[in-house]
Write a protein that binds this ligand. Structure first.
Ligand code: BES
Ligand code: ZN
Length: 620
């Protein structure tokens, strides 16, 4: 009784006053989950295990509304806590087996800018379901509601982006990657549109506008995903296919034809694909990322549809997440490198299998350049693989430290013990941890026992994980035969003696990127304009090449001559990786006013994730 009273008082205290802004786990003093500083939820006491979601989409109001029915498992816990963000909750019911549900009073925590708001629902010992009636906000951070003009068929479109902590803005959920859930869903859409999710999906639009979904494998909350639009499906292989707006779908199926070979290579290396189907959804160009590994249905930017399949390593990357990330998941966002570093390593192993060693060497070389760029920019603590993101947005961890330093560690370990042993190690790692989460400490313990000790290696993992820079044990920077030729062409060109007849017809995107990146920023702007005359780089349909070219041009000063092209690009495309360097270069090269003018036009078309980053960058 006394204990209950104490709990009641501390709870009240918390909800009324102590949940101040950067208090990530304000309920810790009543022993709620403290292992994830980016979630208010309390899965140790009461866990929401299975979701039945029933939502209607309203494109006019830009809302999803309906109910989330959660199966909950607990051992006499007094309450269950969900994460929410900007959700309008209208009613909460609890239900015990074989009894009618009943409405119950719930509490909402004080809103936190970054983490949203805890929803606390009291439980009775026999309660095994919680039913939450709610509506999303038109400004829900995960969701982008596109105007018809932003799509290729002038029909409305909506999609979600859950990673890292945005799922809570469209589903009340225990939103920590250390948690796993299964779900089923019924989604009502306007009749001319079709819904897809990170689940078993329909192949065709139906006239009822009602779609049902099932995700029987347990997934972390950030992998819940939905998209609604004018979509068509086209099969690639038996187990693979693509969804896109009608005008894109054939093109996309051709572009991604290699996906079956990628799947075969990945299964050969790391064991059977655990998710049934592997489909790809091609989104409109405002999608804020290159790709997102939503299980069973990778979400992808249309900017990788370039006609020569030279950007499909992105698909290899998202496919690789089927093992590293989706099957074995980082326990917290401090452990993000385990998701992305391992995936980046596997991406290149897959590409080596399907496109050969020379091709993979180009990817490794470009990756090493990316790593060096980030090392030049980042504070030392942010160069550790294991991060400390307490009080910060998990987005801050999305740097090439996680991707490229993480991948370099895996590569270095591969060489340390030999490829065969390292492959077996990863295969066993995925097998023993499947459908579980992992912390950096658990990974270190597992690797020490199963990789280093059996091979009598005294490899220093700590120098990678809790220290800055590239450790001395790292492999030397890779070399690439195909890039050596690019280097010599560039040198001749810069020397300006004779304008060389370029032999670029066999170049993939990789050669172009390497070529452009290698120019000194102070190269004569006239030389750049000559290149533009011949190769039309300023109007390249390949966004990857265009973005690299614009960045060089802006840093060089030649950018002033091609600002209209740069503006068109920034207005059309919302992929954050392209936009950040361009707006930054404008800002640093005295074009802040122009950057802000362009941004004012482009901003309404960007997803909240991209807007957040650019608002900060440009001080808007
Ligand atoms: N899971 C990431 C995307 C992500 C990370 C979204 C963190 C939100 C927070 C995805 O797998 C990814 O890494 N995408 C890359 C492409 C890849 C080839 C490096 C991207 O979008 O650029
Ligand atoms: Zn990734």
């Amino acid at each position: 009784m006394k204990y209950t009273f104490f709990l009641f008082v501390s709870l009240l205290f918390c909800f009324v006053s102590a949940c101040d802004t950067d208090q990530a786990t304000p309920l810790t003093d009543i022993s709620v989950s403290s292992h994830d500083v980016h979630s208010f939820s309390n899965p140790e006491q009461a866990r929401a295990t299975h979701l039945n979601l029933e939502l209607a989409t309203d494109f006019e109001a830009k809302t999803l509304s309906g109910t989330a029915t959660w199966d909950v498992s607990h051992d006499g816990a007094r309450w269950i806590i969900f994460d929410t963000d900007e959700l309008k909750i209208t009613k909460v019911e609890v239900k015990a087996k074989d009894k009618a549900s009943k409405e119950i009073d719930y509490m909402l925590g004080k809103p936190n800018d970054m983490l949203g708001r805890a929803l606390q629902v009291p439980l009775m010992p026999d309660v095994d379901q919680v039913i939450i009636h709610y509506e999303t906000s038109p400004t829900a951070e995960a969701l982008q509601w596109l105007e018809p003009s932003q799509t290729s068929t002038s029909k409305p479109f909506m999609f979600s982006q859950g990673q890292a902590i945005l799922t809570r803005s469209w589903v009340p959920i225990q939103d920590s990657p250390s948690n796993r859930i299964t779900y089923e869903a019924t989604i009502k859409t306007p009749k001319e549109l079709m819904a897809v999710m990170s689940a078993e999906n329909p192949r065709e639009r139906n006239d009822s506008g009602v779609y049902t979904f099932r995700m029987p494998q347990p997934i972390p909350p950030y992998l819940m995903a939905i998209a609604v639009g004018n979509l068509r499906f086209k099969a690639i292989g038996d187990q693979t296919g693509v969804y896109a707006e009608p005008g894109n779908v054939d093109f996309a199926a051709r572009e991604f034809a290699q996906v079956d070979d990628m799947m075969e290579a990945a299964e050969r290396l790391y064991g059977a694909y655990p998710w049934g189907r592997y489909d790809i959804l091609v989104l409109p160009p405002s999608f804020p990322f290159g790709g997102m590994e939503n299980p069973k249905l990778t979400f992808a930017t249309p900017t990788i549809l370039v006609g020569d399949s030279s950007l499909t390593s992105l698909i290899a990357h998202e496919l690789a997440h089927s093992w590293s990330g989706n099957l074995v998941t980082n326990a917290t966002w401090d452990d993000f490198w385990l998701n992305e570093g391992t995936t980046t390593y596997i991406e290149r192993r897959i590409m080596e299998e399907v496109s050969g060693r020379d091709y993979a060497d180009m990817l490794l070389t470009l990756g090493r350049q990316d790593l060096q760029d980030d090392l030049d920019d980042l504070d030392e603590v942010d160069q550790h693989l294991r991060l400390d993101l307490k009080g910060r947005n998990p987005d801050d961890g999305m740097t090439d430290i996680a991707y490229e330093k993480g991948s370099l560690l895996m590569q270095t370990l591969e060489v340390e013990v030999g490829r065969e042993k390292f492959d077996a190690f990863l295969r066993n790692y995925f097998g023993t941890h499947q459908f579980q989460t992992i912390t950096t400490d658990q990974f270190v313990a597992y690797a020490t026992r199963n990789l280093l000790e059996p091979n009598n290696s005294n490899f220093d993992l700590g120098a990678w994980i809790d220290a800055p820079g590239i450790p001395s044990s790292a492999l030397a920077a890779p070399t690439s035969k195909r890039f050596e030729q690019v280097d010599s062409l560039r040198t001749t060109f810069i020397a300006g003696e004779i304008f060389p007849k370029f032999t670029t017809s066999s170049w993939s995107t990789n050669e172009w990127l390497y070529f452009i990146r290698g120019f000194p920023v102070n190269v004569d702007g006239y030389r750049l304009s000559q290149l533009d005359k011949i190769y039309k780089l300023k109007s390249s349909g390949n966004a990857e090449i265009a973005a690299a070219w614009y960045e060089l041009a802006l840093r060089n000063g030649y950018g002033n001559d091609i600002l209209p092209e740069i503006e068109a690009f920034l207005v059309r495309i919302g992929r954050r990786k392209f936009l950040t360097p361009l707006y930054r270069a404008m800002k640093e090269r005295g074009l802040l006013t122009q950057a802000k003018e362009i941004y004012a036009k482009a901003r309404p078309g960007y997803h909240a994730v991209t807007r957040g980053t650019m608002d900060n960058l440009l001080g808007v």
